[in-house]
Design a protein around this ligand. Structure first.
Ligand code: NAD
Length: 482
Protein backbone atom coordinates (compact mmCIF):
# COMPACT_ATOMS: atom_id res chain seq x y z
CA UNK A 1 0.00 0.00 0.00
CA UNK A 2 1.41 3.37 -0.93
CA UNK A 3 1.40 6.40 1.32
CA UNK A 4 -1.04 9.21 0.59
CA UNK A 5 0.80 12.38 -0.23
CA UNK A 6 -0.18 15.90 -1.10
CA UNK A 7 1.15 17.72 -4.12
CA UNK A 8 0.62 21.42 -4.51
CA UNK A 9 2.02 24.38 -6.32
CA UNK A 10 3.99 26.28 -3.74
CA UNK A 11 5.65 29.13 -5.55
CA UNK A 12 8.61 30.63 -3.74
CA UNK A 13 7.78 34.22 -2.97
CA UNK A 14 9.98 37.28 -2.63
CA UNK A 15 10.04 39.75 -1.09
CA UNK A 16 9.51 37.92 2.11
CA UNK A 17 7.06 39.59 4.45
CA UNK A 18 9.68 41.01 6.78
CA UNK A 19 7.08 42.53 9.06
CA UNK A 20 5.64 39.15 10.04
CA UNK A 21 5.95 38.33 13.71
CA UNK A 22 6.97 34.86 14.92
CA UNK A 23 3.40 34.17 16.05
CA UNK A 24 1.97 35.20 12.66
CA UNK A 25 4.44 32.87 10.90
CA UNK A 26 3.54 30.13 13.33
CA UNK A 27 -0.18 30.47 12.52
CA UNK A 28 0.57 30.56 8.80
CA UNK A 29 2.67 27.41 9.01
CA UNK A 30 0.08 25.68 11.17
CA UNK A 31 -2.71 26.33 8.67
CA UNK A 32 -0.46 25.29 5.79
CA UNK A 33 0.58 22.08 7.49
CA UNK A 34 -3.03 21.20 8.21
CA UNK A 35 -3.82 21.64 4.52
CA UNK A 36 -0.65 19.82 3.36
CA UNK A 37 0.19 17.27 6.05
CA UNK A 38 2.39 15.14 3.84
CA UNK A 39 4.27 16.97 1.07
CA UNK A 40 5.12 14.78 -1.91
CA UNK A 41 8.60 13.47 -2.48
CA UNK A 42 8.81 15.59 -5.64
CA UNK A 43 8.06 18.69 -3.61
CA UNK A 44 10.60 17.90 -0.92
CA UNK A 45 13.27 17.13 -3.50
CA UNK A 46 12.60 20.31 -5.43
CA UNK A 47 13.26 22.33 -2.26
CA UNK A 48 16.45 20.38 -1.56
CA UNK A 49 17.67 20.89 -5.12
CA UNK A 50 16.93 24.61 -4.90
CA UNK A 51 18.91 24.71 -1.64
CA UNK A 52 21.80 22.96 -3.36
CA UNK A 53 22.01 25.40 -6.26
CA UNK A 54 21.57 28.43 -3.98
CA UNK A 55 24.39 27.17 -1.77
CA UNK A 56 26.74 26.85 -4.74
CA UNK A 57 25.69 30.23 -6.10
CA UNK A 58 26.36 31.89 -2.76
CA UNK A 59 29.65 30.11 -2.09
CA UNK A 60 31.90 33.14 -2.58
CA UNK A 61 29.56 35.45 -0.68
CA UNK A 62 29.36 33.03 2.24
CA UNK A 63 33.15 32.63 2.33
CA UNK A 64 33.47 36.40 2.48
CA UNK A 65 30.82 36.60 5.21
CA UNK A 66 32.59 33.99 7.35
CA UNK A 67 35.88 35.82 6.84
CA UNK A 68 34.22 38.99 8.13
CA UNK A 69 32.60 37.13 11.03
CA UNK A 70 35.72 35.42 12.37
CA UNK A 71 38.36 35.29 9.63
CA UNK A 72 37.57 31.69 8.83
CA UNK A 73 39.99 30.59 6.09
CA UNK A 74 38.14 30.15 2.76
CA UNK A 75 39.81 26.78 2.12
CA UNK A 76 38.63 25.57 5.49
CA UNK A 77 35.13 26.87 4.71
CA UNK A 78 35.14 24.78 1.53
CA UNK A 79 36.00 21.64 3.46
CA UNK A 80 34.17 22.04 6.73
CA UNK A 81 31.10 24.00 5.64
CA UNK A 82 30.43 23.34 1.95
CA UNK A 83 31.66 19.78 1.46
CA UNK A 84 30.01 18.67 4.70
CA UNK A 85 26.67 20.32 3.83
CA UNK A 86 26.72 18.94 0.29
CA UNK A 87 27.38 15.43 1.63
CA UNK A 88 24.20 15.65 3.74
CA UNK A 89 22.20 17.24 0.94
CA UNK A 90 23.17 14.74 -1.74
CA UNK A 91 22.73 11.84 0.66
CA UNK A 92 19.18 13.01 1.43
CA UNK A 93 18.37 13.47 -2.26
CA UNK A 94 19.70 10.00 -3.04
CA UNK A 95 18.00 8.13 -0.21
CA UNK A 96 14.80 10.06 0.45
CA UNK A 97 12.58 7.69 -1.51
CA UNK A 98 13.86 4.73 0.55
CA UNK A 99 13.40 6.60 3.83
CA UNK A 100 9.82 7.53 2.89
CA UNK A 101 8.81 4.01 1.84
CA UNK A 102 6.46 2.28 4.28
CA UNK A 103 8.34 -0.52 6.07
CA UNK A 104 6.51 -3.87 6.12
CA UNK A 105 6.80 -5.64 9.50
CA UNK A 106 6.59 -9.35 10.25
CA UNK A 107 3.37 -10.74 11.73
CA UNK A 108 3.58 -12.63 15.05
CA UNK A 109 1.20 -15.59 15.58
CA UNK A 110 -1.13 -13.65 17.90
CA UNK A 111 -1.72 -11.18 15.07
CA UNK A 112 -2.48 -13.81 12.45
CA UNK A 113 -4.72 -12.39 9.73
CA UNK A 114 -3.26 -8.88 10.03
CA UNK A 115 -0.62 -6.91 8.16
CA UNK A 116 1.52 -4.15 9.67
CA UNK A 117 3.65 -1.43 8.21
CA UNK A 118 5.41 1.62 9.61
CA UNK A 119 5.02 4.89 7.78
CA UNK A 120 6.96 8.09 8.31
CA UNK A 121 4.98 11.33 8.28
CA UNK A 122 6.27 14.83 9.06
CA UNK A 123 6.14 15.58 12.79
CA UNK A 124 4.91 19.08 12.13
CA UNK A 125 6.08 22.60 12.89
CA UNK A 126 9.72 22.53 13.91
CA UNK A 127 11.98 25.04 15.57
CA UNK A 128 15.69 24.94 14.73
CA UNK A 129 18.30 26.85 16.72
CA UNK A 130 21.82 27.00 15.35
CA UNK A 131 25.24 27.91 16.76
CA UNK A 132 27.93 30.06 15.14
CA UNK A 133 30.91 27.72 14.92
CA UNK A 134 29.87 26.07 11.63
CA UNK A 135 27.28 28.65 10.71
CA UNK A 136 26.46 27.26 7.25
CA UNK A 137 26.57 23.55 8.00
CA UNK A 138 24.69 23.69 11.30
CA UNK A 139 22.04 26.06 9.96
CA UNK A 140 21.42 24.21 6.70
CA UNK A 141 21.94 20.66 8.06
CA UNK A 142 18.74 20.57 10.16
CA UNK A 143 16.88 22.43 7.37
CA UNK A 144 17.84 19.59 5.00
CA UNK A 145 16.38 17.02 7.39
CA UNK A 146 13.25 19.04 8.18
CA UNK A 147 12.66 19.45 4.44
CA UNK A 148 13.33 15.78 3.72
CA UNK A 149 10.83 14.85 6.42
CA UNK A 150 8.28 17.38 5.11
CA UNK A 151 8.18 19.67 8.17
CA UNK A 152 7.58 23.41 8.06
CA UNK A 153 10.30 25.10 10.09
CA UNK A 154 11.41 28.28 11.76
CA UNK A 155 15.14 28.70 12.22
CA UNK A 156 17.16 31.04 14.35
CA UNK A 157 20.84 31.21 13.36
CA UNK A 158 23.44 32.46 15.83
CA UNK A 159 23.76 36.18 16.38
CA UNK A 160 27.58 35.89 16.47
CA UNK A 161 27.99 35.08 12.77
CA UNK A 162 25.78 37.96 11.69
CA UNK A 163 27.14 38.32 8.13
CA UNK A 164 26.65 34.64 7.34
CA UNK A 165 23.25 34.59 9.07
CA UNK A 166 21.96 37.52 6.96
CA UNK A 167 22.97 35.72 3.74
CA UNK A 168 21.48 32.43 4.91
CA UNK A 169 18.23 34.20 5.75
CA UNK A 170 17.98 35.60 2.21
CA UNK A 171 18.88 32.24 0.73
CA UNK A 172 16.30 30.29 2.73
CA UNK A 173 13.57 32.85 2.19
CA UNK A 174 14.23 32.85 -1.56
CA UNK A 175 13.54 29.13 -1.60
CA UNK A 176 10.82 28.60 0.98
CA UNK A 177 7.59 30.54 1.20
CA UNK A 178 7.02 31.63 4.83
CA UNK A 179 4.42 28.94 5.44
CA UNK A 180 7.15 26.35 4.79
CA UNK A 181 10.28 27.95 6.18
CA UNK A 182 11.18 31.18 7.95
CA UNK A 183 14.29 32.66 9.51
CA UNK A 184 14.45 34.94 12.53
CA UNK A 185 17.70 36.72 13.33
CA UNK A 186 18.73 37.75 16.82
CA UNK A 187 19.93 36.43 20.13
CA UNK A 188 18.46 35.04 23.33
CA UNK A 189 15.41 37.36 23.25
CA UNK A 190 14.01 36.08 19.97
CA UNK A 191 15.06 32.52 20.90
CA UNK A 192 13.03 32.81 24.11
CA UNK A 193 10.01 34.11 22.20
CA UNK A 194 10.22 31.23 19.73
CA UNK A 195 10.73 28.65 22.47
CA UNK A 196 7.47 29.74 24.10
CA UNK A 197 5.53 28.59 21.02
CA UNK A 198 4.05 25.11 20.78
CA UNK A 199 6.36 23.66 18.11
CA UNK A 200 6.15 19.89 17.71
CA UNK A 201 9.89 19.37 17.48
CA UNK A 202 12.86 21.47 18.57
CA UNK A 203 16.27 20.84 17.05
CA UNK A 204 18.94 22.67 19.03
CA UNK A 205 22.69 22.79 18.44
CA UNK A 206 24.70 24.59 21.07
CA UNK A 207 25.90 24.49 24.65
CA UNK A 208 24.61 22.22 27.40
CA UNK A 209 23.65 25.32 29.41
CA UNK A 210 21.25 26.59 26.74
CA UNK A 211 20.27 22.98 25.95
CA UNK A 212 18.72 22.81 29.43
CA UNK A 213 16.76 26.01 28.76
CA UNK A 214 15.57 24.56 25.45
CA UNK A 215 14.49 21.28 27.00
CA UNK A 216 12.64 23.02 29.82
CA UNK A 217 10.76 25.18 27.30
CA UNK A 218 10.01 22.18 25.07
CA UNK A 219 8.67 20.24 28.08
CA UNK A 220 5.88 22.82 28.50
CA UNK A 221 4.44 21.68 25.16
CA UNK A 222 5.76 18.12 25.39
CA UNK A 223 7.67 18.82 22.19
CA UNK A 224 10.28 16.27 21.16
CA UNK A 225 13.86 17.54 21.14
CA UNK A 226 17.11 16.84 19.40
CA UNK A 227 19.92 18.38 21.41
CA UNK A 228 23.29 18.47 19.69
CA UNK A 229 25.60 19.62 22.47
CA UNK A 230 29.32 19.49 23.13
CA UNK A 231 31.61 18.51 25.96
CA UNK A 232 35.10 17.22 26.50
CA UNK A 233 36.11 14.69 23.82
CA UNK A 234 39.22 12.75 24.91
CA UNK A 235 42.04 11.42 22.69
CA UNK A 236 44.09 8.43 23.82
CA UNK A 237 47.58 7.85 22.38
CA UNK A 238 48.68 4.23 22.72
CA UNK A 239 52.37 3.18 22.58
CA UNK A 240 51.54 1.24 19.39
CA UNK A 241 50.33 4.40 17.57
CA UNK A 242 52.06 5.97 14.59
CA UNK A 243 53.00 9.11 16.53
CA UNK A 244 53.65 11.40 13.59
CA UNK A 245 50.33 10.58 12.01
CA UNK A 246 48.61 10.89 15.41
CA UNK A 247 50.10 14.36 15.89
CA UNK A 248 48.80 15.44 12.48
CA UNK A 249 45.32 14.05 13.17
CA UNK A 250 45.11 15.62 16.62
CA UNK A 251 46.34 19.02 15.40
CA UNK A 252 43.87 19.09 12.51
CA UNK A 253 40.99 18.14 14.80
CA UNK A 254 42.03 20.56 17.53
CA UNK A 255 43.31 23.62 15.68
CA UNK A 256 41.11 23.86 12.61
CA UNK A 257 38.43 26.48 13.25
CA UNK A 258 40.69 27.45 16.19
CA UNK A 259 39.35 24.52 18.19
CA UNK A 260 35.81 25.90 18.07
CA UNK A 261 34.41 22.51 17.11
CA UNK A 262 32.03 20.36 19.15
CA UNK A 263 33.95 17.18 18.28
CA UNK A 264 37.47 18.65 18.55
CA UNK A 265 39.84 16.60 20.70
CA UNK A 266 39.45 18.43 24.00
CA UNK A 267 42.33 16.85 25.91
CA UNK A 268 45.03 14.22 25.39
CA UNK A 269 45.61 11.05 27.38
CA UNK A 270 49.10 9.95 26.33
CA UNK A 271 50.64 6.66 27.42
CA UNK A 272 53.69 7.27 29.61
CA UNK A 273 55.93 5.13 27.36
CA UNK A 274 55.50 7.51 24.42
CA UNK A 275 54.79 10.78 26.22
CA UNK A 276 58.11 12.44 25.35
CA UNK A 277 58.17 11.19 21.77
CA UNK A 278 54.57 12.26 21.18
CA UNK A 279 55.21 15.69 22.68
CA UNK A 280 58.04 16.18 20.17
CA UNK A 281 55.83 15.04 17.26
CA UNK A 282 53.05 17.38 18.38
CA UNK A 283 55.35 20.37 18.66
CA UNK A 284 56.88 19.65 15.26
CA UNK A 285 53.41 19.55 13.68
CA UNK A 286 52.38 22.80 15.39
CA UNK A 287 55.59 24.48 14.18
CA UNK A 288 54.94 23.20 10.67
CA UNK A 289 51.35 24.35 10.21
CA UNK A 290 49.74 26.13 13.15
CA UNK A 291 51.95 29.06 14.14
CA UNK A 292 50.28 32.46 13.63
CA UNK A 293 52.24 34.76 11.41
CA UNK A 294 53.57 32.03 9.14
CA UNK A 295 50.14 31.44 7.70
CA UNK A 296 47.50 33.70 9.20
CA UNK A 297 45.14 32.82 6.38
CA UNK A 298 45.09 29.26 7.78
CA UNK A 299 44.03 30.22 11.29
CA UNK A 300 40.51 31.13 12.35
CA UNK A 301 39.95 33.84 14.96
CA UNK A 302 38.05 33.39 18.18
CA UNK A 303 34.44 34.42 17.56
CA UNK A 304 34.22 37.41 19.94
CA UNK A 305 36.22 39.43 22.44
CA UNK A 306 34.35 37.76 25.29
CA UNK A 307 35.17 34.31 23.96
CA UNK A 308 38.79 35.44 23.52
CA UNK A 309 38.94 36.67 27.11
CA UNK A 310 37.66 33.27 28.24
CA UNK A 311 40.45 31.49 26.35
CA UNK A 312 43.01 33.85 27.90
CA UNK A 313 41.52 33.15 31.35
CA UNK A 314 41.76 29.40 30.78
CA UNK A 315 45.49 29.67 30.03
CA UNK A 316 46.08 32.02 32.98
CA UNK A 317 44.17 29.72 35.32
CA UNK A 318 46.23 26.69 34.23
CA UNK A 319 49.47 28.66 34.79
CA UNK A 320 48.21 29.80 38.20
CA UNK A 321 47.71 26.14 39.08
CA UNK A 322 51.36 25.45 38.22
CA UNK A 323 50.78 23.76 34.84
CA UNK A 324 53.48 24.25 32.20
CA UNK A 325 52.54 25.77 28.84
CA UNK A 326 54.93 23.88 26.57
CA UNK A 327 53.95 25.60 23.36
CA UNK A 328 51.89 28.71 22.54
CA UNK A 329 49.97 30.49 25.27
CA UNK A 330 49.92 33.87 23.53
CA UNK A 331 47.05 35.72 21.91
CA UNK A 332 46.33 38.90 19.98
CA UNK A 333 43.42 41.12 20.97
CA UNK A 334 43.29 42.84 17.58
CA UNK A 335 43.00 39.75 15.42
CA UNK A 336 41.36 37.71 18.22
CA UNK A 337 43.79 34.88 17.46
CA UNK A 338 45.02 32.50 20.13
CA UNK A 339 48.20 30.52 19.51
CA UNK A 340 47.99 26.77 19.27
CA UNK A 341 48.64 26.00 22.93
CA UNK A 342 49.66 22.79 24.69
CA UNK A 343 49.44 22.63 28.48
CA UNK A 344 51.31 19.86 30.23
CA UNK A 345 49.60 18.01 33.09
CA UNK A 346 47.08 20.65 34.20
CA UNK A 347 45.71 19.59 37.60
CA UNK A 348 42.16 18.25 37.73
CA UNK A 349 40.79 21.42 39.37
CA UNK A 350 41.95 23.65 36.46
CA UNK A 351 39.22 25.15 34.32
CA UNK A 352 40.71 23.48 31.22
CA UNK A 353 39.94 20.14 32.87
CA UNK A 354 36.50 21.18 34.13
CA UNK A 355 34.95 22.98 31.15
CA UNK A 356 34.64 22.31 27.42
CA UNK A 357 37.61 24.29 26.06
CA UNK A 358 36.20 25.20 22.63
CA UNK A 359 39.44 26.90 21.57
CA UNK A 360 43.00 26.01 20.49
CA UNK A 361 44.19 24.92 23.93
CA UNK A 362 45.19 21.30 24.36
CA UNK A 363 45.79 19.75 27.80
CA UNK A 364 48.38 16.96 27.62
CA UNK A 365 47.91 14.35 30.37
CA UNK A 366 50.23 11.38 30.84
CA UNK A 367 48.48 8.11 31.70
CA UNK A 368 49.66 4.66 32.74
CA UNK A 369 47.61 2.69 30.23
CA UNK A 370 44.20 2.06 28.77
CA UNK A 371 42.42 1.46 32.08
CA UNK A 372 43.90 4.63 33.59
CA UNK A 373 42.75 6.58 30.51
CA UNK A 374 39.23 5.13 30.74
CA UNK A 375 39.05 5.89 34.44
CA UNK A 376 39.94 9.54 33.76
CA UNK A 377 37.29 9.78 31.05
CA UNK A 378 34.72 8.47 33.54
CA UNK A 379 35.53 11.32 35.93
CA UNK A 380 33.74 13.65 33.51
CA UNK A 381 30.41 13.88 31.69
CA UNK A 382 29.88 11.55 28.73
CA UNK A 383 31.92 12.79 25.76
CA UNK A 384 30.47 13.52 22.33
CA UNK A 385 33.38 11.71 20.64
CA UNK A 386 36.33 9.62 21.73
CA UNK A 387 39.51 9.28 19.68
CA UNK A 388 41.98 6.43 19.92
CA UNK A 389 45.37 6.24 18.23
CA UNK A 390 46.62 2.65 18.31
CA UNK A 391 47.58 -0.22 16.05
CA UNK A 392 45.11 -2.86 17.13
CA UNK A 393 41.32 -2.78 17.05
CA UNK A 394 41.29 -4.35 20.51
CA UNK A 395 42.40 -1.03 22.03
CA UNK A 396 39.65 0.83 20.19
CA UNK A 397 37.10 -1.83 21.21
CA UNK A 398 38.01 -1.43 24.87
CA UNK A 399 37.09 2.30 24.68
CA UNK A 400 34.05 1.56 22.53
CA UNK A 401 32.51 -0.81 25.10
CA UNK A 402 33.52 1.17 28.21
CA UNK A 403 32.74 4.76 27.31
CA UNK A 404 29.18 5.92 26.56
CA UNK A 405 30.04 8.30 23.75
CA UNK A 406 28.45 9.22 20.42
CA UNK A 407 31.39 8.02 18.31
CA UNK A 408 34.71 6.27 18.73
CA UNK A 409 37.25 6.93 15.98
CA UNK A 410 40.48 5.04 15.54
CA UNK A 411 43.51 6.77 13.99
CA UNK A 412 41.52 9.77 12.81
CA UNK A 413 39.60 12.72 14.19
CA UNK A 414 36.39 14.45 13.09
CA UNK A 415 35.51 12.19 10.16
CA UNK A 416 32.49 10.71 11.93
CA UNK A 417 30.76 14.00 11.16
CA UNK A 418 30.85 13.33 7.41
CA UNK A 419 29.59 9.74 7.59
CA UNK A 420 25.93 10.26 6.65
CA UNK A 421 25.14 6.55 7.03
CA UNK A 422 25.95 6.71 10.74
CA UNK A 423 23.78 8.57 13.25
CA UNK A 424 25.45 11.55 14.92
CA UNK A 425 24.82 12.70 18.48
CA UNK A 426 25.77 12.48 22.12
CA UNK A 427 24.56 11.17 25.47
CA UNK A 428 23.27 13.29 28.35
CA UNK A 429 25.52 16.31 28.64
CA UNK A 430 26.79 15.87 25.07
CA UNK A 431 23.31 15.56 23.59
CA UNK A 432 19.99 13.81 23.22
CA UNK A 433 18.76 12.19 20.02
CA UNK A 434 20.52 11.65 16.74
CA UNK A 435 20.90 13.57 13.50
CA UNK A 436 22.53 13.23 10.04
CA UNK A 437 21.29 11.02 7.22
CA UNK A 438 18.32 8.81 7.94
CA UNK A 439 18.57 9.55 11.67
CA UNK A 440 18.10 13.25 10.85
CA UNK A 441 15.07 12.43 8.69
CA UNK A 442 13.59 10.29 11.46
CA UNK A 443 14.16 12.99 14.09
CA UNK A 444 11.67 15.16 12.16
CA UNK A 445 9.33 12.25 11.35
CA UNK A 446 6.46 10.62 13.19
CA UNK A 447 6.79 6.86 12.79
CA UNK A 448 3.25 5.61 12.56
CA UNK A 449 2.22 1.97 12.87
CA UNK A 450 -0.54 1.04 10.44
CA UNK A 451 -2.06 -2.32 11.31
CA UNK A 452 -4.94 -3.72 9.33
CA UNK A 453 -6.93 -6.92 9.75
CA UNK A 454 -7.24 -8.71 6.45
CA UNK A 455 -9.15 -11.78 7.65
CA UNK A 456 -9.94 -13.69 10.85
CA UNK A 457 -12.00 -11.17 12.86
CA UNK A 458 -13.57 -14.20 14.52
CA UNK A 459 -10.23 -14.90 16.28
CA UNK A 460 -10.46 -11.66 18.26
CA UNK A 461 -14.15 -12.25 19.00
CA UNK A 462 -13.16 -15.48 20.73
CA UNK A 463 -11.44 -13.50 23.50
CA UNK A 464 -13.97 -10.68 23.83
CA UNK A 465 -16.60 -10.51 26.61
CA UNK A 466 -18.55 -12.25 27.93
CA UNK A 467 -15.43 -13.93 29.34
CA UNK A 468 -15.40 -17.61 30.12
CA UNK A 469 -12.95 -20.40 30.77
CA UNK A 470 -12.58 -20.56 27.01
CA UNK A 471 -11.10 -17.02 27.03
CA UNK A 472 -8.45 -18.11 29.49
CA UNK A 473 -7.76 -21.25 27.51
CA UNK A 474 -7.21 -19.32 24.27
CA UNK A 475 -5.07 -16.69 26.04
CA UNK A 476 -2.86 -19.41 27.48
CA UNK A 477 -2.66 -21.22 24.15
CA UNK A 478 -1.34 -18.01 22.52
CA UNK A 479 1.35 -17.71 25.21
CA UNK A 480 3.12 -20.57 23.48
CA UNK A 481 3.67 -18.36 20.41
CA UNK A 482 4.89 -15.14 22.04
P1 NAD B 1 24.98 28.60 22.64
O1 NAD B 1 24.30 27.54 23.43
O2 NAD B 1 25.51 29.78 23.34
O3 NAD B 1 23.99 29.16 21.50
C1 NAD B 1 23.25 28.31 20.64
C2 NAD B 1 21.97 29.02 20.25
O4 NAD B 1 21.20 29.27 21.41
C3 NAD B 1 22.17 30.35 19.55
O5 NAD B 1 21.26 30.44 18.47
C4 NAD B 1 21.88 31.36 20.64
O6 NAD B 1 21.37 32.57 20.14
C5 NAD B 1 20.83 30.65 21.47
N1 NAD B 1 20.83 31.11 22.86
C6 NAD B 1 21.86 31.60 23.59
N2 NAD B 1 21.47 31.89 24.85
C7 NAD B 1 20.15 31.58 24.93
C8 NAD B 1 19.17 31.67 25.97
N3 NAD B 1 19.47 32.12 27.18
N4 NAD B 1 17.91 31.26 25.69
C9 NAD B 1 17.59 30.77 24.46
N5 NAD B 1 18.49 30.69 23.45
C10 NAD B 1 19.74 31.09 23.66
O7 NAD B 1 26.11 27.83 21.82
P2 NAD B 1 27.20 28.44 20.85
O8 NAD B 1 28.18 29.25 21.64
O9 NAD B 1 26.55 29.10 19.69
O10 NAD B 1 27.91 27.10 20.32
C11 NAD B 1 28.91 26.46 21.07
C12 NAD B 1 28.39 25.20 21.71
O11 NAD B 1 27.69 24.42 20.77
C13 NAD B 1 29.52 24.31 22.22
O12 NAD B 1 29.17 23.78 23.47
C14 NAD B 1 29.60 23.21 21.17
O13 NAD B 1 30.15 22.01 21.63
C15 NAD B 1 28.17 23.07 20.78
N6 NAD B 1 28.04 22.50 19.43
C16 NAD B 1 27.54 21.24 19.29
C17 NAD B 1 27.46 20.68 18.01
C18 NAD B 1 26.93 19.29 17.78
O14 NAD B 1 26.63 18.95 16.63
N7 NAD B 1 26.80 18.46 18.79
C19 NAD B 1 27.88 21.41 16.91
C20 NAD B 1 28.37 22.69 17.12
C21 NAD B 1 28.44 23.24 18.38
Amino acid sequence: MSQQSTTYDAIPRRPYLASMSPSKIFELQKAHFRAHPNPSIAHRKSRLKALRSALLQQEDALKEALWKDFSKPPYEVELTEFLTTLIELDHALRHLSDWMKPQRKRTPVVLIGTRTEVRCYPKGLSLIMAPWNYAVLLTLGPIIHATAAGCPFVIKPSEYTSHAAALLKDMVEDIYPPEEGAVFLGGADIATELLAMPFTHVHFTGSARVGQIVMTAAAKHLASVTLELGGKSPTYIDPSADLESAAKGVCFGKFSNAGQTCIAPDYLLVHRDVAEAFKRALMAEIQRAYIPGTGDADLTSIISSDHLARQQDLIRDARDHGAEVVVGGGSDNTTRRVEATVILEPPEECRVMQEEIFGPILPFLVVDGIEDAIERIHRRQKPLSTYVYAKSDAVMDRFSESVRTGAVCKNTTMLQFVQPFGPFGGEGNSGIGRSHGEAGFKAFSNEQVVLKRRWGSWIVRLVQPPYSRRTSWIGKAFRRFT
